[in-house]
Write a protein that binds this ligand. Structure first.
Ligand SMILES: [Zn+2]
Length: 330
């Protein structure tokens, strides 16, 4: 859902409370709706504009399986909930692990904030982190626009990661930092690993005997790893990471200030030439791209920026000005 607000706010989420509320409103999928926000809370759908229907709307049906763990959904009055009492808890733990220092290292996204985002329905799994719109975060109570933007910018800057860190972040049982490094070397030996789909392709062909030839990988660890890739939910997760724009960077650049960051320039800079700016980025371990995509960390907008700026806004790529750029390359 995309909402544009008269007061200038923009978001993609609104609450609907429960199934009865959907029935009461007569809401179908594809409808145009009126959304309003009372105070500093998540916006609510208040009206369906039936006159704008095109005939392609679909009836809504409550899912029978939980989107988090695939357990059966049960109804208690108007509320539908997952039948697994442990549901959510394991997911939460996995997310805390995912953003931790040795994994994706997203400092602004601690357990408390993860809890809130889960509870407010802003995300359900780790790939969702990379699609959090600043507008939705800013709509949460005690979350200012500035801190929402900072968080989205920080997350955008973490999309490029080394393969060992990514594998560790997945939270595969028995795969600690060291085993993740061993696995990364095995994957890189077998194929060029650019993005999560390469990990998936490797994992799908995996057999336990090959794994057990790796240092420190015994039958228990090997079973855990092959088991991970056998589960459909995990394979879907890897595809979703790929769509979110996660890419792998060489460990050689790790530690450098702009390692893994991809920059796009648009418009003129006043204090240095474009070529010089690009060189400075590369010197700090970063990369420069000519076109805007979700994989970019920053679009640097100088004077009279071109269409790339509009694209960056559409794709939610963080936009910085010359001053902020200079701070990054200092
Ligand atoms: Zn569940």
């Amino acid at each position: 859902m995309i909402s544009e607000c008269r007061s200038g706010g923009r978001g993609t989420h609104a609450t609907l409370h429960n199934e009865d509320e959907i029935k009461r409103l007569g809401l179908t999928i594809g409808d145009t709706v009126v959304v309003s926000r009372a105070g500093d809370v998540i916006p609510q759908i208040t009206k369906v504009l039936t006159e704008l229907r095109t005939g392609r709307e679909k009836m809504f049906a409550m899912p029978k399986r939980c989107p988090v763990d695939g357990s059966r959904v049960v109804k208690e009055g108007a509320i539908a909930r997952c039948s697994n009492p442990r549901c959510g808890a394991r997911n939460r733990e996995l997310l805390y692990h995912f953003v931790s220092r040795a994994a994706f290292d997203i400092r602004g996204l601690g357990p408390k904030i993860i809890d809130r985002f889960l509870d407010e329905g802003l995300m359900t799994d780790a790939p969702d982190i990379f699609a959090l719109p600043a507008g939705d975060i800013a709509a949460l109570e005690r979350f200012g626009e500035k801190s929402a933007e900072n968080l989205v910018r920080e997350i955008g800057g973490k999309k490029n990661i080394t393969l060992p860190r990514f594998l560790y972040a997945l939270g595969i049982l028995h795969v600690g930092e060291e085993t993740a490094r061993v696995l990364a070397r095995a994957i890189e030996k077998a194929r060029r690993a650019h993005a999560p789909l390469d990990v998936l392709a490797w994992g799908e062909k995996l057999n336990a005997a090959d794994l057990e030839t790796l240092p420190d990988v015994g039958p228990v660890v090997s079973r855990s790893i092959t088991g991970y890739f056998k589960e459909r939910r995990n394979r879907d997760l890897l595809k979703k990471f790929d769509r979110a724009g996660i890419t792998f960077i060489s460990s050689a650049h790790e530690g450098k200030k702009l390692a893994g960051k991809i920059f796009v320039f648009t418009g003129g800079l006043s204090s240095l030439e474009r070529e010089e700016a690009k060189e400075r980025v590369r010197a700090h371990g970063g990369e420069v791209s000519e076109s805007v995509s979700k994989k970019n960390s920053y679009v640097v907008a100088g004077g009279e920026p071109g269409s790339k700026l509009e694209q960056a806004k559409k794709l939610d790529v963080p936009i910085i000005d010359e001053e902020e750029f200079l701070k990054l390359i200092k």
